[in-house]
Design a protein around this ligand. Structure first.
Ligand code: FMN
Length: 178
């Protein structure tokens, strides 16, 4: 064993599933943020937590409307999924300027991203301040998916997206940043 710095540890702990949270802004316009800091927190009821930076537009959106849809972008969606992790909804409309298409949700107001491997409709129950992020903890109200698009995206450090599916097939270097 050896002592690691943050970056070495993040690289070694990879890959992490990369997800997209769809929220609504104060004009009820949907926005999308790329997230790697998310987790399940309860099985019954099914609950999910996401950590969103205080400065993000999505933080404003979640403070305005306490619902989100957590989508697992499928293989083929990597370019637009990456855009949602590097561009802010303050500067662009991510549904207008990407190929992502919104589909009506069943139980919440923010839409689902069409073609996601899985989409969880979530209603926020609680929030916790942790340093420079807020953790939003939510009940899952409905779940949708595309069983024909099992491969979805994983993050290696903050430099690479690869795709892995439940059948175990791996494709590497879908997105690679120096
Ligand atoms: C791979 C990757 C993972 C990210 N994970 C998170 C995260 O877990 N929480 C967060 O607040 N921002 C995360 N970000 C940063 C936001 O996605 C990014 O700042 C985005 O532009 C914010 O969009 P918004 O201003 O429209 O909310 C991540 C970015 C990338 C590229």
């Amino acid at each position: 064993m050896k002592e690691l710095d943050r970056n070495e540890a993040l690289e070694l702990a990879s890959p992490f599933p990369y997800v997209l949270a769809v929220t609504l802004d104060e004009r009820d316009r949907p926005n999308i943020i790329g997230l790697s800091w998310w987790m399940f927190t309860s099985w019954d009821p099914l609950m999910i937590a996401i950590a969103v930076g205080h400065q993000k537009y999505s933080h404003e959106c979640l403070e305005h409307h306490k619902e989100f849809v957590l989508c697992f972008p499928s293989e083929g969606q990597e370019k637009d999924a990456w855009t949602c992790g590097v561009k802010s909804g303050r500067d662009m409309d991510k549904f207008q300027e990407t190929e992502f298409r919104p589909v009506h949700s069943k139980c919440v107001k923010p839409p689902i991203i069409e073609g996601s491997t899985i989409a969880y409709e979530c209603k926020i129950m609680k929030q916790v301040e942790t340093g420079d992020h807020t953790v939003y903890i939510a009940n899952v109200m409905a779940t949708h998916g595309c069983p024909d698009r099992i491969n979805h995206l994983y993050l290696v450090h903050y430099t690479k997206l690869i795709s892995i599916g439940c059948a175990g097939e791996i494709k590497t270097d879908l997105i690679f940043k120096e």
